[in-house]
Design a protein around this ligand. Structure first.
Ligand code: AMP
Length: 284
């Protein structure tokens, strides 16, 4: 039976015992309302490690004042079933006050890879992400931690943080899981009306368009971005936050497509902000 634990000291105790028993530990950090995208990370963690912790925590400090913290979807019962069925061993579900006790004032911040894309449109977001992931690493001390390429900038930021701060954990990237029609799975998809759900397909369709241009030999990043933008702008319910091409490691803008390039977008469908991306690796 999977354990659901709310206290930091209790998680520490359990994981410490596992370590003494010689087990390897995988961590899958999530904000809950789990879907097949999260499940793919948990499945991978279960196959790589003896014991798997899934954290379910809607982290208040990574949300801006006008974002969806209060209405972010939650369903711990369904999450517990999904984790149990996937073979995870422990859910860590702390209350915000457990993670951010009175007087909390230490943060992990980053310059560089957080200056573009979501870092630009969500000031303070990555400070919140880096801080909570650091705390989770210190609480669980996992051998490996699993992150989806769905949040590609987050993945690059976590890689950088682990390298820069010498955190002894292996970061395992996992591919984007999509619905049959192409929409990338996201807990926020539940916000979409039927009409918006249909309109949301512009993101994955724009991605396929961009991928095709690169496959056909286009190496001018601006031209690819321009075509993707024009395609999205033709959808009346869509409003672009950004569509950009950046170097995948540094998350800095590029002109020419070479090495690992991340094409990333954030698009409002009605009031719902969705993100999607693709990465190309051109060595010629
Ligand atoms: P979240 O609960 O949205 O914070 O996501 C938790 C983890 O699941 C992050 O590492 C995400 O990148 C990953 N994730 C979310 N959606 C997907 C998806 N559709 N495919 C793969 N990974 C995903």
């Amino acid at each position: 039976m999977i354990q659901v634990v709310h206290e930091i000291t209790k998680v520490r105790e359990i994981v410490e015992q596992w370590r003494q028993d010689g087990y390897t530990v995988g961590l899958v950090p999530t904000m809950g309302f789990l879907h097949a995208g999260h499940k793919s990370l948990i499945d991978r963690a279960v196959s790589d490690n003896d014991r798997v912790v899934v954290s379910v925590f809607v982290n208040p400090i990574q949300f801006g004042p006008n974002e969806d913290l209060a209405r972010y979807p939650r369903d711990l019962e369904a999450d517990t079933r999904l984790c149990q069925d996937s073979g995870a061993h422990l859910i860590f579900n702390p209350a915000p006050e457990e993670m951010y006790a009175d007087g909390f004032c230490s943060f992990v911040d980053m310059i560089g890879p957080t200056s573009e894309l979501c870092g630009k449109s969500r000031p303070g977001h990555f400070r919140g992400v880096c801080t909570v992931v650091n705390k989770l690493f210190n609480i669980v001390r996992p051998d490996r931690a699993y992150f989806g390429q769905k949040d590609a900038q987050q993945l690059a930021v976590i890689h950088r943080m682990v390298t820069d701060l010498n955190i002894p954990v292996e970061i395992v990237p996992c591919p984007i899981i999509r619905e049959n029609d192409g929409l990338a799975l996201s807990s926020r998809n539940t916000y979409l009306s039927t009409e918006e759900r249909q309109a949301a397909l512009v993101l994955s369709k724009a991605i396929r368009l961009g991928q095709q241009l690169v496959a056909d030999g286009q190496r001018n990043a601006h031209k690819v971005v321009e075509v993707m933008k024009r395609y999205i702008e033709a959808e009346p319910l869509a409003k672009i936050d950004y569509v950009e091409a950046v170097d995948f490691r540094s998350i800095q803008k590029i002109d020419t497509i070479r090495h690992e390039v991340l094409f990333a977008m954030a698009v409002y469908i009605g009031k719902t902000r969705l993100i999607d991306n693709f990465i190309v690796n051109i060595d010629e």
